[in-house]
Design a protein around this ligand. Structure first.
Ligand code: HEC
Length: 132
C-alpha cells in the first residue's frame, strides 16, 4: 500500500466511523418503543413508579417534565440525565431501572436493558432529546 492510498483509506475509514456515530436517533421510532416495553407498566397512570416518583413515560411531554423533584433529561448531555444514568450500571443498584434489585428479582421482574437499548437512549439525549 502506498502512502497516498494509505491516507485515503484512513480518511474513508474516519468518514464511515463518523457517520456511524452521527446516526440520528428518533424519539418515536427508537426511544418510545423501549419505554413502552420496559417502563410504562410502572411509569404511567396508577403504576408504582409514577406513584413513587411522579415520573410518567406516557408521551414526550411527560418524559421531559421528569419526576416531581425535577427533570430527568438534560438535552445534549446523557451523563447529566438521570433517565440515562438509572438504566446504566452507573447508579446504586437500588435505583437501577427497570428495578432489578433483590426484591424485584424475587418477583421475577428483575432485568436490565440491553446495551443497545441503553445506548439508544443515551445517543438520543446527546443528540438533543428531540421530539422527532
Ligand atoms: C417494576 C416497576 C418499575 C419499572 C418497570 C420501571 N420503574 Fe422507574 N421507578 C419505579 C419506582 C418504584 C421508582 C421510585 C424509586 C424511588 O424513589 O426509590 C422509580 C423511579 C424512577 C425514576 C426517578 C429516579 C430518581 O429518583 O430520580 C426514573 C428516572 C425512572 N424510574 C426511570 C425508569 C425507566 C427509564 C424505566 C424503564 C427502562 C423504568 N423506570 C422502569 C418503578 C419502576
Amino acid at each position: 500500500m502506498t502512502l497516498k492510498s494509505f491516507i485515503s483509506f484512513g480518511i474513508a475509514l474516519c468518514c464511515i466511523l463518523l457517520t456511524g456515530c452521527e446516526r440520528q436517533v428518533s424519539f418515536s421510532a427508537d426511544v418510545k418503543p423501549i419505554l413502552d416495553n420496559y417502563c410504562v407498566s410502572c411509569h404511567s397512570g396508577a403504576g408504582e413508579g409514577e406513584a413513587a416518583s411522579g415520573f410518567s413515560v406516557d408521551d414526550y411531554d411527560s418524559l421531559m417534565q421528569g419526576t416531581k423533584f425535577g427533570k430527568v433529561v438534560v438535552p445534549g448531555s446523557s451523563m447529566s440525565s438521570s433517565l440515562y444514568l438509572v438504566v446504566t450500571e452507573k447508579v446504586d443498584p437500588k435505583i437501577h431501572m427497570p428495578p432489578h434489585h433483590d426484591e424485584s428479582l424475587a418477583e421475577g421482574r428483575g432485568f436490565a436493558l440491553s446495551r443497545t437499548n441503553i445506548e439508544t437512549i443515551g445517543t438520543w439525549i446527546d443528540q438533543g432529546a428531540k421530539n422527532n
